[in-house]
Design a protein around this ligand. Structure first.
Ligand code: GTP
Ligand code: MG
Length: 240
């Protein structure tokens, strides 16, 4: 039996809202407008996942699939230092891949799964999980196929989470401007519609507050407390 590991977000308030941090064996989806902190949380988790268990880490490696080219290895350095870790060692334990099409994204997942069978991984990031689907299935008549491929991707992610006891962290944009015919979901709802809502076990709604402040609310999770966590984005990653 695999037991859940909870990985700190760097913010104690946010950890408390999540019941201790982001969990292995399931998918955590962050959605929110641009600059709401989705990618910065990913960077922080890249480091905190490598902390020992007694420091609220996962004592494992990280796999990072980047579809937007927004991973910044130089951001890892101050975050590692903040947690008292050696930045080079931390970077060595992040397996990074840039995906260019949804098929590429899927094939990268298959390759990573093979790696996870051999090495102890504790986190898989896909930032953003949906961006390439928007590009590759942008036509009006392609919605059904897009949803089917997205469902396939998410089922693969669930399988990886369960098979290797990893936390899966995926990001998703909120569509601010539904005009132009490209986006199919309600502007108030995250892209991906029901397909994504079903597979993601925990959905985090992020929004901007004052300055570097960000606010997180858990969306539609009956077993987690209602309420919000306010945290900051700092050079050292997420903090209270
Ligand atoms: P999109 O991918 O555009 O949808 O946004 P996102 O939700 O991924 O936003 P992201 O996580 O990239 O947050 C960007 C914000 O993080 C910036 O606006 C800054 O406020 C903050 N940030 C990024 N790097 C640093 C840093 O080194 N120091 C500090 N203090 N803040 C930073
Ligand atoms: Mg981002």
């Amino acid at each position: 039996i695999k037991s859940v590991v909870r990985i700190t977000t760097g913010s104690q308030t946010l950890d408390e809202l999540l019941g201790g941090g982001i969990e292995t064996l399931c998918i955590t989806e962050a959605f929110g407008e641009f600059r709401s902190g989705k990618t910065q949380l990913a960077h922080t988790l890249c480091v905190s996942t490598q902390l020992p268990l007694h420091m609220h880490g996962g004592n494992g490696k990280v796999a990072y699939i980047d579809t937007e080219g927004t991973f910044r290895p130089e951001r890892i350095v101050p975050i590692a230092e903040r947690f008292g870790m050696d930045a080079n060692a931390v970077l060595d334990n992040i397996i990074y891949a840039r995906a260019y099409t949804y098929e590429h994204q899927y094939n990268l997942l298959l390759g990573l799964a093979a790696k996870m069978a051999e090495e102890p991984f504790r986190l898989l990031i896909v930032d953003s999980v949906i961006a390439l689907f928007r590009v590759d299935f942008s036509g009006r008549g392609e919605l059904a196929e897009r949803q089917q491929k997205l469902a396939q991707m998410l089922s693969r992610l669930t399988k990886i989470a369960e098979e290797f006891n990893v936390a899966v962290y995926i990001t998703n944009q909120v569509i601010a401007d539904p005009g132009g015919g490209m986006f199919i979901t309600d502007p108030k709802k995250p892209a991906g519609g029901h397909v994504l809502a079903h597979a993601a076990t925990i959905r985090l709604m992020l929004r901007k507050g004052k300055g570097e402040q960000r606010v997180c609310k858990i969306f539609d999770a009956p077993n987690l407390p209602e309420g919000e966590a306010v945290f900051q984005i700092t050079t050292g990653g997420l903090m209270d």
